[in-house]
Design a protein around this ligand. Sequence first.
Ligand SMILES: Cc1cc2nc3c(=O)[nH]c(=O)nc-3n(C[C@H](O)[C@H](O)[C@H](O)COP(=O)(O)OP(=O)(O)OC[C@H]3O[C@@H](n4cnc5c(N)ncnc54)[C@H](O)[C@@H]3O)c2cc1C
Length: 290
Amino acid sequence: MDLTAFAAEVGTDDPVTIAGLGTRDGAVAGVRCVSAPSGIEWIQADEMTVSCGAGTPVDELSAALAEVGQRTVLPAGGTVGGALAVGRSGIRRLGDGAVRDVLLQTHYVGADGVVVKAGGPTVKNVSGFDVCRLLVGSQGTIGFLGDVILRTRPIAPHSAWFTAATDDPMAVFAAVHRPVAVLWDGISVHVLLEGHHLDVAEQATRTGLVASDGPPTLPGGRHAVRPADVLAVTSGLRPGAFVAELGMGIVRADADAIPPTPVDPGVAAISRRVKEGFDPTGRLNPGRTA
Ligand SMILES: Cc1cc2nc3c(=O)[nH]c(=O)nc-3n(C[C@H](O)[C@H](O)[C@H](O)COP(=O)(O)OP(=O)(O)OC[C@H]3O[C@@H](n4cnc5c(N)ncnc54)[C@H](O)[C@@H]3O)c2cc1C
């Protein structure tokens, strides 16, 4: 994609912010705002890759990919760039992998207004620091994504949610083969299985799961804990007031339900140095933290 105009818009020295569809944090208030180019350049279904502008709405990308039996693991609702900059995986992470693993290549604009290429169309021909993974979840604080090449996934022939009341969710977790999601709300497990419909039905019967309409409603807050600590952490919460992603260490519960895990000072110092290294004057999304 020709990013000359986008790079010129980002400029070189005044504070600047970037917004996608504004469904999450959007632009930094009161700062000159730019938006990334939109549009799908190509789809290679046999390579499971797609190239598009970072300003492309994820729902538009999903519709185009569905025409060739593919899908993206990026969460719905916003732009490709916004989803990558936020870097949050959805409840399918157990089966799909993390959002940060789908960004293969990007051309981004740095704080100096220069277009930089990071990554490559295929994982194996990339050397040096993995800047793509650094950019995912960086909230636009170290570079503005212009265009990207993403890993796509095939759409499963059959996909269905199941549930079962249990007081031993880890036994269900251990019994199901390659689930896409196993959620626990303190009363029941909620399991997403995909594949050939006969295999899915056989698995559900074998593990005592019954068909359900879908996942439980997710509480607003999102807490990251060690996967091994999920049961201990949720044992202190009211059943039904949380939804834990087993195997992933994500617990959805009210914001104040679980005390935040303190950030290691060493990690905080490294993050500060990385930010200063990429954006010495702090002009990209000023005041925002990754
Ligand atoms: C209907 C709907 C369903 C949703 N479902 C899910 C879901 O299932 N799971 C889930 O996790 N989320 C979900 N979300 C949330 C949604 O995925 C995020 O809000 C979305 O990814 C943010 O994208 P955006 O374009 O709106 O970003 P914005 O809110 O505009 O921006 C978010 C951040 O990204 C930065 N940014 C934007 N574009 C770029 C760029 N090109 N380069 C660098 N930084 C950039 C912005 O500066 C800001 O810091 C849903 C939202 C909606 C509306």
